[in-house]
Design a protein around this ligand. Structure first.
Ligand code: NAD
Ligand code: ISE
Length: 335
């Protein structure tokens, strides 16, 4: 590979367009040379100057000019596209959720393990966010003692009616909280409970909000509030309670406005605004690794772990009971 990594983007919806913007206008050492979407008009509209529009994801992945692949299609489409990229031996960034079932996640792991080294980075951008990284450094530093509980609030102002379906609070949104809990606490999720509080009358016709309790293997507990129609903004909160102190994410953005109405702080509109720097950083690190034919950061194993939590949470909604999460042994390439 040369100085400039030539990438193809599959899925040119909201996040596909945002990633194309950062790859073409913000980051260096990368060029978007190909795009594809099942909606060809959307792909053509999103294609940067000089990029070729492909009418199939498989053709884009196979094209000799495409050195690495970025998957931003809907979750259920990720499995086939990941398997095709691994078969083509190309580094691939895949938006979360990596897959929407355990069986699909295992197929992707098996393919990558058979290839023999990491090719896939999963889009858990919170791991690249400076606030989360500082929170992890505090926990790992040990001055607060052992972490006992983590409180996570994941609030979306709104979600698109029709496109965001009833399973998605658990298999599209919760996956971020599951992953960041594993990352912050250096722990695994061993089981899940879900409770459905009084239902909000706001927004689209969905079971909302959702309250999830993640049982970690160490015995630590993580409570997660998922609200997807809260209206007032995109509000991501996190606080860890340790034996000798607590630490939490700061307010974002941090700027305080003081005027005749009092003291105010803005709230981001959506994930694009809140995590803008985290997405930039996840791609900086992806580009560096992809140029050497591999991947770092959140792995297929992390995607699998989050998928297992989502599957268990979906079972827990039906059963009303604790649903265990059982992971297979970790292949050496993920150590
Ligand atoms: P979107 O609906 O705006 O865009 C998805 C696009 O993928 C659409 O244009 C659709 O036509 C296209 N598509 C669907 N199936 C396809 C296929 N088989 N081949 C090619 N194109 C296909 O959705 P979005 O909000 O952009 O989400 C896309 C993915 O990114 C989802 O997996 C979502 O969970 C993830 N996402 C991640 C974050 C994050 O914070 N990391 C934020 C938003 C979305
Ligand atoms: C979306 O797909 C994301 O990944 C956002 O980060 C998350 O907050 C939102 O709930 C998802 O729908």
């Amino acid at each position: 590979m040369g100085e400039i990594l030539k990438v193809g983007v599959i899925g040119t919806g909201m996040i596909g367009q945002d990633h194309i913007r950062r790859l073409t206008k913000v980051l260096s050492g990368v060029a978007v040379v190909a795009v594809n979407d099942i909606d060809p008009k959307r792909a053509a509209a999103a294609a940067p100057a000089g990029a070729k529009v492909f009418d199939s994801a498989d053709a884009l992945i196979a094209d000799a000019n495409v050195e690495a692949v970025i998957i931003c299609s809907w979750g259920p489409a990720h499995e086939a596209q990941l398997l095709a990229a691994i078969a083509a031996e190309k580094p691939v960034f895949c938006e979360k959720p990596m897959t929407t079932s355990e069986a699909a996640a295992l197929k992707v792991i098996d393919a990558e393990v058979a290839f023999g080294r990491r090719l896939v980075q999963v889009g858990f951008m919170r791991r690249f966010d400076a606030d989360y990284r500082r929170l992890k450094a505090v926990i790992d530093g040990g001055t607060l003692g052992t972490p006992l509980m983590y409180h996570s609030a994941h609030r979306n102002a709104s979600v698109p009616a029709g496109l965001y379906t009833s399973d998605m609070p658990l298999n599209d949104t919760l996956v971020h909280d599951a992953d960041i809990s594993r990352f912050l606490l250096s722990d695994e999720v061993s089981g899940v409970e879900v409770r459905l509080p009084r239902r909000s009358s706001q927004g689209v016709d969905l079971r909302d909000p959702t309250f999830v309790l993640l049982h970690m293997a160490s015995g630590a507990l993580v409570d997660v509030e998922i609200s997807v129609n809260i209206g007032y903004g995109y509000d991501i909160r996190g606080e860890v309670s340790c034996e000798q102190g607590v630490a939490r994410l700061p307010e974002r953005p941090a700027t305080l406005v003081r005027d005749a109405h009092g003291v105010r702080q803005a709230i981001p509109e959506d994930w694009r605004e809140r995590f803008i720097e985290a997405y930039d950083q996840e791609f900086r690190e992806w580009i560096v690794a992809a140029k050497t034919g591999t991947a770092t950061g959140p792995s297929t194993w992390d995607g699998y772990a989050a998928t297992l939590v989502a599957d268990a949470a979906l079972r827990a909604v039906e059963s009303g009971a604790f649903e265990p999460v059982r992971m297979r042994d970790k292949p050496a390439i993920y150590n």
